[in-house]
Write a protein that binds this ligand. Sequence first.
Ligand code: NDP
Length: 477
Amino acid sequence: MVQKNLIDGEWIAGSGAFRNINPSDTDDVVGEYARASADDARAAIAAAKAAFPAWSRSGILERHAILRKTADEILARKDELGKLLSREEGKTLIEGIGETVRASQIFDFFAGECLRLAGEVLPSARPNIGVEITREPVGVVGIITPWNFPIAIPAWKIAPALCYGNTVVFKPAELVPGSSWAIVDILHRAGLPKGVLNLVMGKGSVVGQAMLDSPDVHAITFTGSTGTGKRVALASVEHNRKYQLEMGGKNPFVVLDDADLSVAVEAAVNSAFFSTGQRCTASSRIIVTEGIHDRFVAAMGERIKGLVVDDALKAGTQIGPVVDESQLNQDTDYIAIGRQEGAKLAFGGELLKRDTPGFYLQPALFTEATNQMRISREEIFGPVAAVIRVRDYDEALSVANDTPFGLSSGIATTSLKHATHFKRNAEAGMVMVNLPTAGVDFHVPFGGRKGSSHGSREQGRYAAEFYTTVKTAYTSA
Ligand code: NDP
């Protein structure tokens, strides 16, 4: 059965369909999904526009109930949805279920936020005048998501958009439509009025572009590559719309001489290789001071050799496959580039054969890398990391900050002085001490600076900045 798009409350067949393939086993078709056309996207935008006046004035209890019901159903179905996610994206089942639970927590959090929306009442600078500051929804929000967090990223955009009274046109990544379809189905059945949430699956260059080109999309929230992010920005400037971008990273993980070796190795392995390195918060730049360098590299090598790379759904798998052939080619290209640049491929990097045909790659660790090499400057987005040797903390901090990106930054140290200094001086939106660069909570702000992000933060209460617009009202009594 082909899963359809949701437009104006109706499930609509698209112009053709596409297949969702399991990267752990390319013979396994996860499902077939209707491919929306540009006209479908325009119909979805028109439906969202028509639904906005009523939804923006809907009662907070109605919104609360729908988001709460959605959170409950996602949680009740976490094993099934987590398996679907792992099957379509390739992250391990534990990670897939974990991400599904997180999506439920996000809907639960924003169900609560519906009830907590507050304004301010201030005295005016003039006598006998009152001033009220309130937040109102922005309008039709376009949501464009990437493939690497198939349920969490849609959740952290859809939940606040609906919570604050916006209507939505949602375009998930074509590689992973299954999880997105499932949460839209849940929200639809939870009682959303028609047109409030519209799903248009299909090509970014067609469906996504139609959203960028429409003057009736009042805000776009985008997570994905830097290149597409720039297109979103340029089109949004053209239409004078609000936009928010979360793009790539080249996150540093610093290991100091005084680090606890096992803490440093566990955090570095997690940062670099978990979720197959396909996280925008992954670290592929491990900056190590010379006193601990050799011991750290030897211990990393032992851990890498022991990592179980296999089918995402198999018990015991620690690293699933790369998401598809094109990403696998990008990863192996960077391994070749690292070698040509003079870095030493110390561990891993081989293509692996497993019981099923899939995109399996042994996590790779380079040593003797410099921060000027392409493998240290460009986002690889796979299980490929490089160790850069530095003299001391000062050099480590300077190398960590010497990047066009600024999403997450980590350090392993037992020194309060260095940890405190690093937290204050790391040029990143998120800083981790003795923790992996990836792995964040659902109720606090997420996002970066420099080339990684643009606009206000996502998640937690800070999400209100993007999904609402402020009104200041003056009353003379
Ligand atoms: P892309 O930028 O290729 O795709 C992201 C989304 O944009 C997809 O839904 C895609 O559609 C869509 N898209 C593509 N072209 C257009 C267009 N012309 N107009 C509108 N939409 C378009 O990124 P990937 O999905 O390949 O994700 C990987 C990248 O995302 C990495 O570089 C990673 O760093 C970054 N990322 C950043 C995160 C962050 O929070 N900072 C989190 C996750 C990923 P289609 O389905 O056709 O590809």
